[in-house]
Design a protein around this ligand. Structure first.
Ligand code: HEC
Length: 143
């Protein structure tokens, strides 16, 4: 303005527009990543995983040892949302996360934390056999 180039009035307009964007963003709320994950397509190998003779036993283990934390509405005290947005409640959930279940609970003791829900070695063997049988893949990790 003091350079004699007129009133830079457009800065008011720019400020106003930015403000509207800020208000709109704060109305939009947090991203709902967890809910979106629920509607992801089930992977191509899921049918084999769900049709496996071991699947009933796997569902039994997962729903009794994992679902309390890994649910759309967790019931474990102190867990407010499914950790890492991993839902383990329905057949589709189990199929979708098969490889992670295999890695975290079948071939390692990473889950549940501190084995707090008492997953036995036999149960872990069932999880591992199910994944290896249905996918034909066998993995070894270094832990
Ligand atoms: C007591 C609550 C609890 C139970 C029960 C539990 N988990 Fe978890 N799970 C967690 C927490 C907390 C994390 C996040 C750990 C982290 O971020 O390091 C997690 C993370 C995971 C992940 C994601 C790991 C990653 O790094 O991406 C998988 C997969 C998983 N759990 C599978 C299972 C399976 C399978 C079971 C049952 C055998 C199970 N969990 C039981 C609390 C639980």
């Amino acid at each position: 303005m003091h350079a004699g180039k007129g009133m830079p009035w457009w800065t008011w307009l720019a400020t106003f527009i930015l403000f509207v964007i800020v208000m709109w963003l704060s109305q939009a709320g947090p991203p709902q990543r967890g809910e979106d994950a629920a509607s992801l397509p089930v992977p191509a190998n899921a049918e084999k995983l769900v049709a496996s003779a071991d699947f009933d036993a796997v569902r039994e283990i997962v729903t009794s040892r994992c679902s309390m934390c890994h649910a759309r509405e967790p019931v474990w005290e102190g867990i407010l949302r499914a950790p890492r947005h991993v839902f383990l409640e329905e057949d589709g959930d189990i199929a979708r996360h098969a490889e992670q279940i295999y890695a975290q609970a079948g071939r390692s003791n990473a889950m549940p934390p501190g084995n707090i829900t008492d997953v036995s070695m036999e149960d872990r063997e069932v999880l591992a056999r199910w994944y290896e049988g249905a996918t034909g893949q066998k993995r070894h990790w270094l832990w």
